[in-house]
Design a binder for this molecule. Structure first.
Ligand SMILES: [Zn+2]
Length: 352
């Protein structure tokens, strides 16, 4: 561009600025030398003197020159402009159809925004973070698939299990490990695991090729992995890959979104009595609570109240076998393997 042309364009920009012309909002920004603030052309703040104005094509250029975004016209946000909204809608469609979660950096790059701005605009527009949006849709899809009844194997496969053999049978929670293998500390059994943080702290999800065998809550990932290896000392314990992490996400969705009930395959080890109790626990809907004596009656052993409490305490699959929904006879929160605080948090969440 010649100097004359630059002058002309700057003249045009100046006119747009003086007229608060919104149609130029996507074309340039202006910085005010005396205040150190940059604005969109349509900003309603008092107009600066022409000599104090610098023009920029992008917000990044303005910020590189040390300008701060104006608090009135928020040139650092894509704001409510249609283009921004459209980009967020595009990102939503992408999240709905992805089989593994795209990173924030990828999503932001596709929308042509910085990760920070993208995250902020997404949350403002959609109401939840991209990560939660993804997890919610993933859980919805899985639930639909499970309702259709056709994709259980695929769902398990997608969640990172090694093979489809022995795919989950809904009516039959089984000993995937033989009782002998289990007593031997799961000798020879491959167990994959993943950890992540959720509202209850850290969560570890471990699974054999048949289903989830442990959901543990705690304060650090290291502590949780220690518990896993203590419980299955002879298993081949391996950290799951990116796909396995999907399964962890689904479990977190269940914790944080109790109404999004997805029936996940479990690989349960316990005595026949414990299995009966755990099955009864799985029948308690979110938002509902039961008592040890009610469960005892339900399984046809009304006098076995203490044994029922024992079976609840022996549960190693937090939340998915919802032992937290069992209260004492007078509706008090009794003990919980993972701490009364967590039990209370879970119940509060489910009551909503
Ligand atoms: Zn402004």
């Amino acid at each position: 561009m010649s100097e004359q042309q630059i002058c002309d364009t700057n003249e045009l920009k100046w006119k747009a600025l003086v007229n608060c012309d919104k149609t130029f909002d996507r074309d340039f920004f202006y910085g005010v030398i005396t205040t150190g603030v940059y604005c969109r052309p349509s900003c309603s703040s008092r107009k600066p003197n022409r000599v104090n104005v610098e023009f920029f094509d992008t917000r990044e250029q303005a910020e590189a020159q040390g300008y701060r975004p104006c608090k009135k016209c928020r040139p650092d946000e894509n704001g409510d402009n249609e283009k921004g909204q459209l980009l967020i809608v595009t990102a939503c469609r992408r999240l709905e159809h992805s089989t593994s979660p795209p990173t924030l950096a990828e999503l932001a790059a596709e929308a042509g925004m910085s990760p920070h701005h993208f995250h902020r605009l997404f949350k403002k527009t959609v109401g939840i973070t991209p990560r939660n949006y993804y997890a919610k849709h993933r859980a919805d899809r899985l639930r639909e698939a499970l309702v259709e009844g056709s994709m259980i194997g695929e769902a398990i496969y997608a969640a990172g299990f090694e093979s489809l053999s022995g795919a989950y049978n809904k009516d039959q929670d089984q000993f995937a490990m033989s009782m002998k293998a289990f007593k031997n500390g799961a000798e020879g059994v491959v167990i994959m695991y993943g950890t992540a943080s959720c509202l209850l702290g850290q969560v570890l999800v471990a699974a054999t090729r048949k289903g989830i065998c442990m959901v543990e809550l705690g304060d650090t990932p290291e502590q949780l992995v220690d518990k896993l290896t203590e419980r299955f000392p002879h298993a081949k314990v391996r950290k799951g890959d990116k796909d396995f992490q999907t399964l962890v996400e689904i479990v977190i969705t269940q914790i944080e979104n109790p109404q999004s009930q997805v029936v996940l395959p479990l690989d349960i080890q316990g005595t026949v009595f414990q299995q009966k109790v755990w099955k009864a626990l799985r029948g308690i809907e979110p938002g509902i609570t039961s008592s040890y004596s009610t469960i005892a009656t339900q399984i046809g052993q009304p006098t076995a109240v203490r044994a029922v409490a024992g079976a609840c305490a022996a549960n190693k699959i937090a939340v998915l076998i919802p032992c937290h929904r069992v209260l004492t006879k007078d509706n008090k929160i009794s003990g919980y393997r993972w701490g009364k605080e967590r039990k209370k948090l879970l119940l509060d969440k489910e009551r909503k």
